[in-house]
Design a protein around this ligand. Sequence first.
Ligand code: MN3
Length: 195
Amino acid sequence: MFQLPDLPYGYNAFPETIDPLTMEIHYTKHHQGYTDKLNAALKEANISGKTIEEILSMENLPDAIRNNGGGYFNHSLYWDILTPGGTMSNSFKTKIIEDFGSEEAFMNEFSEAGAKHFGSGWAWLVQDNDKKLHIFSTPNQDNPLMKVAEMSGTPILGIDVWEHAYYLKYQNKRTEYLKKIFKIINWKKVEARMI
Ligand code: MN3
Protein backbone atom coordinates (compact mmCIF):
# COMPACT_ATOMS: atom_id res chain seq x y z
CA MET A 1 0.00 0.00 0.00
CA PHE A 2 1.27 3.41 -0.93
CA GLN A 3 0.60 6.34 1.40
CA LEU A 4 0.17 9.99 0.53
CA PRO A 5 3.54 11.49 1.55
CA ASP A 6 3.42 14.35 4.08
CA LEU A 7 3.75 17.81 2.56
CA PRO A 8 7.09 19.28 3.68
CA TYR A 9 5.36 22.69 4.25
CA GLY A 10 1.90 24.20 4.80
CA TYR A 11 -0.65 25.10 2.12
CA ASN A 12 0.32 28.74 2.54
CA ALA A 13 4.06 28.18 2.01
CA PHE A 14 4.31 30.12 -1.30
CA PRO A 15 1.15 32.25 -1.70
CA GLU A 16 2.82 34.37 -4.39
CA THR A 17 3.29 31.29 -6.57
CA ILE A 18 0.78 28.64 -5.50
CA ASP A 19 -2.34 29.90 -3.74
CA PRO A 20 -3.32 27.89 -0.61
CA LEU A 21 -6.63 26.66 -2.05
CA THR A 22 -4.95 25.27 -5.17
CA MET A 23 -2.33 23.50 -3.05
CA GLU A 24 -4.92 22.06 -0.67
CA ILE A 25 -7.18 20.72 -3.44
CA HIS A 26 -4.22 19.49 -5.47
CA TYR A 27 -2.79 17.58 -2.50
CA THR A 28 -5.90 16.36 -0.64
CA LYS A 29 -8.07 15.59 -3.67
CA HIS A 30 -5.88 14.95 -6.74
CA HIS A 31 -2.78 13.42 -5.14
CA GLN A 32 -4.86 11.49 -2.59
CA GLY A 33 -7.12 10.28 -5.40
CA TYR A 34 -4.21 8.94 -7.46
CA THR A 35 -2.82 7.22 -4.33
CA ASP A 36 -6.11 5.49 -3.50
CA LYS A 37 -6.74 4.44 -7.08
CA LEU A 38 -3.16 3.15 -7.45
CA ASN A 39 -3.61 0.95 -4.37
CA ALA A 40 -6.89 -0.39 -5.75
CA ALA A 41 -5.34 -1.08 -9.18
CA LEU A 42 -2.34 -2.88 -7.65
CA LYS A 43 -4.65 -5.07 -5.58
CA GLU A 44 -6.66 -5.87 -8.68
CA ALA A 45 -3.47 -6.79 -10.60
CA ASN A 46 -2.01 -8.74 -7.65
CA ILE A 47 1.14 -6.65 -7.52
CA SER A 48 2.80 -6.09 -4.15
CA GLY A 49 6.22 -5.64 -2.58
CA LYS A 50 7.61 -3.43 -5.35
CA THR A 51 8.77 0.18 -5.18
CA ILE A 52 6.86 2.72 -7.25
CA GLU A 53 9.91 3.07 -9.52
CA GLU A 54 9.94 -0.71 -10.13
CA ILE A 55 6.22 -0.70 -10.88
CA LEU A 56 6.35 2.23 -13.31
CA SER A 57 9.25 0.77 -15.27
CA MET A 58 7.42 -2.53 -15.92
CA GLU A 59 6.48 -3.50 -19.50
CA ASN A 60 2.83 -3.24 -20.60
CA LEU A 61 1.52 -1.34 -17.59
CA PRO A 62 -2.26 -1.58 -17.27
CA ASP A 63 -3.86 1.87 -17.83
CA ALA A 64 -5.08 2.16 -14.23
CA ILE A 65 -1.54 1.64 -12.89
CA ARG A 66 0.06 3.82 -15.57
CA ASN A 67 -2.30 6.74 -14.84
CA ASN A 68 -2.61 6.49 -11.07
CA GLY A 69 0.91 5.23 -10.38
CA GLY A 70 2.22 8.06 -12.54
CA GLY A 71 -0.03 10.50 -10.64
CA TYR A 72 1.22 9.16 -7.33
CA PHE A 73 4.92 9.34 -8.24
CA ASN A 74 4.79 12.63 -10.16
CA HIS A 75 3.00 14.56 -7.42
CA SER A 76 5.24 13.09 -4.70
CA LEU A 77 8.23 14.43 -6.66
CA TYR A 78 6.57 17.80 -7.37
CA TRP A 79 5.83 18.61 -3.71
CA ASP A 80 9.26 17.41 -2.66
CA ILE A 81 11.23 19.70 -4.95
CA LEU A 82 9.53 22.99 -4.00
CA THR A 83 10.80 25.35 -1.30
CA PRO A 84 10.66 29.08 -0.60
CA GLY A 85 13.60 30.80 -2.34
CA GLY A 86 15.77 27.90 -3.52
CA THR A 87 19.18 28.53 -5.06
CA MET A 88 21.47 26.35 -7.18
CA SER A 89 24.83 25.20 -5.85
CA ASN A 90 27.86 26.10 -7.96
CA SER A 91 28.36 22.46 -8.92
CA PHE A 92 24.78 22.15 -10.19
CA LYS A 93 25.09 25.44 -12.08
CA THR A 94 28.22 24.10 -13.74
CA LYS A 95 26.34 20.93 -14.77
CA ILE A 96 23.46 23.00 -16.18
CA ILE A 97 25.86 25.20 -18.18
CA GLU A 98 27.67 22.11 -19.46
CA ASP A 99 24.45 20.48 -20.73
CA PHE A 100 22.39 23.52 -21.82
CA GLY A 101 24.88 26.30 -22.56
CA SER A 102 23.73 28.70 -19.84
CA GLU A 103 21.37 28.94 -16.90
CA GLU A 104 19.11 31.19 -18.96
CA ALA A 105 19.03 28.76 -21.89
CA PHE A 106 18.10 25.97 -19.48
CA MET A 107 15.25 28.02 -17.93
CA ASN A 108 13.96 28.99 -21.38
CA GLU A 109 14.05 25.46 -22.70
CA PHE A 110 12.26 24.12 -19.63
CA SER A 111 9.57 26.83 -19.70
CA GLU A 112 9.04 26.23 -23.38
CA ALA A 113 8.66 22.47 -22.86
CA GLY A 114 5.97 23.16 -20.26
CA ALA A 115 4.26 26.01 -22.08
CA LYS A 116 4.14 24.28 -25.46
CA HIS A 117 2.95 20.94 -24.14
CA PHE A 118 -0.53 20.47 -25.59
CA GLY A 119 -3.17 19.64 -22.98
CA SER A 120 -2.43 18.02 -19.62
CA GLY A 121 1.00 16.72 -18.74
CA TRP A 122 4.36 17.30 -17.12
CA ALA A 123 7.63 19.03 -17.99
CA TRP A 124 10.74 17.09 -16.93
CA LEU A 125 14.43 17.45 -16.28
CA VAL A 126 15.85 13.96 -16.69
CA GLN A 127 19.28 12.43 -16.37
CA ASP A 128 20.17 9.69 -18.83
CA ASN A 129 22.48 6.73 -18.19
CA ASP A 130 25.44 8.75 -19.43
CA LYS A 131 24.55 11.33 -16.74
CA LYS A 132 23.58 13.97 -19.29
CA LEU A 133 20.54 16.14 -18.50
CA HIS A 134 17.60 16.48 -20.90
CA ILE A 135 14.32 18.39 -20.95
CA PHE A 136 11.08 17.03 -22.38
CA SER A 137 7.38 16.75 -21.59
CA THR A 138 5.01 13.82 -21.20
CA PRO A 139 1.22 13.63 -21.60
CA ASN A 140 -1.24 12.98 -18.75
CA GLN A 141 0.55 11.28 -15.81
CA ASP A 142 3.23 9.55 -17.86
CA ASN A 143 6.82 10.02 -16.74
CA PRO A 144 10.40 9.19 -17.76
CA LEU A 145 10.44 5.96 -15.73
CA MET A 146 7.87 4.45 -18.08
CA LYS A 147 8.66 2.40 -21.17
CA VAL A 148 6.11 4.50 -23.11
CA ALA A 149 8.03 7.75 -22.50
CA GLU A 150 9.79 9.23 -25.54
CA MET A 151 12.99 9.16 -23.51
CA SER A 152 13.67 7.24 -20.33
CA GLY A 153 15.93 8.20 -17.48
CA THR A 154 16.00 9.40 -13.91
CA PRO A 155 13.48 12.21 -13.34
CA ILE A 156 15.14 14.84 -11.19
CA LEU A 157 12.66 17.71 -11.64
CA GLY A 158 9.00 17.48 -12.67
CA ILE A 159 6.54 20.34 -13.06
CA ASP A 160 2.81 19.72 -13.30
CA VAL A 161 1.27 21.62 -16.22
CA TRP A 162 -2.28 20.30 -15.77
CA GLU A 163 -4.69 23.21 -15.43
CA HIS A 164 -5.59 22.08 -11.88
CA ALA A 165 -2.03 23.03 -10.85
CA TYR A 166 -2.42 26.72 -11.72
CA TYR A 167 -5.83 27.72 -13.07
CA LEU A 168 -7.31 29.39 -9.95
CA LYS A 169 -4.42 31.83 -9.70
CA TYR A 170 -3.16 32.10 -13.28
CA GLN A 171 -6.19 31.11 -15.38
CA ASN A 172 -4.89 30.43 -18.91
CA LYS A 173 -1.43 31.96 -18.25
CA ARG A 174 0.63 28.78 -18.00
CA THR A 175 3.85 30.57 -18.92
CA GLU A 176 3.43 32.94 -15.96
CA TYR A 177 2.97 29.95 -13.62
CA LEU A 178 6.12 28.31 -15.03
CA LYS A 179 8.13 31.51 -14.65
CA LYS A 180 7.05 31.89 -11.01
CA ILE A 181 7.50 28.28 -10.04
CA PHE A 182 11.15 28.43 -11.08
CA LYS A 183 11.69 30.80 -8.13
CA ILE A 184 10.59 28.15 -5.61
CA ILE A 185 12.52 25.11 -6.83
CA ASN A 186 14.54 23.30 -4.19
CA TRP A 187 17.66 22.95 -6.36
CA LYS A 188 19.55 21.15 -3.58
CA LYS A 189 16.96 18.35 -3.69
CA VAL A 190 16.94 18.32 -7.48
CA GLU A 191 20.72 17.98 -7.47
CA ALA A 192 20.58 15.25 -4.81
CA ARG A 193 18.37 13.15 -7.12
CA MET A 194 21.12 12.97 -9.77
CA ILE A 195 22.67 9.54 -10.27
MN1 MN3 B 1 -1.56 17.59 -10.60
